[in-house]
Design a protein around this ligand. Structure first.
Ligand SMILES: [Fe+2]
Length: 308
């Protein structure tokens, strides 16, 4: 029997290794059942390398995707990447959820934790949704949101694969509803994606606040001082245009503040140890990161679609 404990106050669990066993020796079916029930599993003491993360994830996955903005590790076709460049805070989001290419599972594996800080944070989107006030819930039930961003050629080629042409991209995007796009002269793609912030969890069909609106609303403010100047205020208005309601009306600061207030009380923390592996249900949990100041930190990531 595996030793399993709660990780924070959500359904997340921590699974401990017994007698230095390899992650690859764990029974696939049992792990999958735990993943379906708990939605976030942290495997500790298995000494997982990024190569093993890939081997392990293959047991559950039919397909892999890349994050278009991350450094690739190993060969291009391994789909293993280092997490976000930089050392700033990363606000809550579900991976690739501002696009129709949301993977089922986000995998993280710790090579070297930061000497201090740099924890990965997580939030159970089902509980966030449950705890939001009724007016905010009704607002998001009645209105979808629209994400707007520019996808430059270097990054969409990384995402879709090196040999992808503009014609391939058009063919892919034309078949996806809720996507509007324009190809620019420099081959960058101006992209708009409309979706609900409330999603059904892949397992259990529960409503979850599973999206990236906090990240898109505030991302460019990373380097700003917390003291809000007039100049920053004008940026906030500008930046909020990266995500709005479907009809173009802005999401108010009050609404964003309410969401953040609920999320602040539900934050789960992964204090990394070398060789930790994390498996996150990307339809249920949001994740983010605390800032850190250690260039040695190495967290690898891998994104996949489940076989079943
Ligand atoms: Fe992420």
């Amino acid at each position: 029997m595996l030793k399993i404990e709660s990780l924070g106050t959500s359904t997340a669990r921590i699974v401990y290794s017994k007698d230095d066993q390899s992650i690859l020796s764990l029974p696939t079916h049992e792990v999958l059942e735990m993943f379906k029930s708990f939605g976030l599993l942290l495997f500790r003491g298995f000494g997982v390398t990024y190569e093993q993360m890939k081997e392990f994830s293959k047991k559950f996955s039919s397909k892999f995707v890349r994050d278009p903005y991350r450094q690739i590790v190993g060969s291009f076709d391994d789909f293993v990447q280092l997490v976000d460049n930089g050392m700033d805070e990363v606000l809550p989001h579900c991976e690739n959820s501002a696009s129709p290419f949301r993977p089922d599972v986000v995998w993280f594996c710790c090579g070297v934790p930061a000497a201090q800080d740099g924890e990965t944070l997580f939030w159970d989107g089902v509980r966030v949704w449950e705890q939001l006030g009724e007016p905010v819930k009704q607002l998001f039930i009645s209105k979808r949101v629209k994400f707007k961003y520019n996808f430059d050629a270097e990054h969409w080629k990384l995402f879709f694969g090196a040999g992808t042409t503009i014609a391939d991209v058009k063919q892919t995007l034309n078949n996806i509803k809720d996507v509007d796009y324009q190809i620019q002269e420099d081959e960058s793609i101006y992209f708009e994606y409309t979706c609900s912030v409330v999603v059904k969890t892949k397992f259990g069909n529960q409503d979850a606040f599973g999206n990236s609106i906090i990240l898109y609303y505030q991302e460019p403010l990373y380097d700003q001082e917390p003291e809000v100047s007039e100049e920053v205020k004008s940026h906030i208005t500008e930046n909020s245009e990266r995500v709005s309601f479907e009809d173009g009306s802005p999401i108010s600061h009050a609404v964003i503040d309410e969401i953040k207030g609920v999320m602040d009380k539900l934050t789960g923390v992964i204090s990394w140890q070398p060789g930790d592996l994390v498996m996150i249900d990307n339809s249920k949990f949001l994740h983010g990161r605390r800032a850190f100041q250690d260039e040695q930190r190495q967290i690898y990531t891998h994104l996949s679609y489940l076989t079943s």
